[in-house]
Design a protein. Structure first.
Length: 165
């Protein structure tokens, strides 16, 4: 099955933050406040997924208030931060929601994402992901993390379901 066929099955979209929803840079100002930049086009794609009835969940290894604000702004209800074992949480979420593995898409960029990506129905690496992630993914985006990669996958999923106009 190719990535377009896999995309047509997706009901759950799980994404990492640093390096996926952002460009991976962590900016800390003189007051110790963390600043992240997010791509508006990525946000629009996520809102379209949610409106289409696809569950969007953020799973991040780090904790950041900026991520909570962004998720709230986009209407993302579930945000898990400070997660060391993404694979276990991923499987727990599948069980809770009654979602089959082939109905889940996971997008990541670095080594901690690999166990979760390996078990996803559609595994996606952003263009600037580390080599190990790019090599094992079903699909590698043309765009880099924080620069439209998430939007690219949102469009792929929605177009595969004839929900993008």
């Amino acid at each position: 099955m190719d990535h377009k066929e896999k995309a047509a099955e997706i009901k759950l979209f799980i994404l990492d933050v640093d390096g996926v929803l952002t460009d991976g840079r962590i900016v800390i100002n003189d007051l110790g406040q963390e600043i992240k930049t997010f791509d508006a086009k990525d946000g629009y794609g996520l809102v379209r997924l949610i409106k289409a009835g696809i569950d969007v969940i953020i799973i991040s290894g780090r904790k950041s208030r900026a991520v909570e604000y962004r998720a709230e702004n986009l209407g993302i209800q579930e945000v898990y931060q400070g997660v060391n074992d993404k694979k276990t949480l991923y499987h727990d979420l599948l069980k809770q929601k009654g979602i089959l593995k082939n109905q889940a898409c996971c997008i990541g960029d670095d080594i901690p994402d690999i166990p979760m990506l390996r078990d996803a129905g559609l595994s996606v690496a952003v263009a600037d992901a580390v080599k190990e992630v790019r090599e094992m993914a079903d699909y590698v985006t043309k765009k880099k993390g924080g620069n439209g990669a998430v939007r690219e996958i949102c469009e792929l999923i929605l177009k595969s379901k004839s929900l993008w106009n």
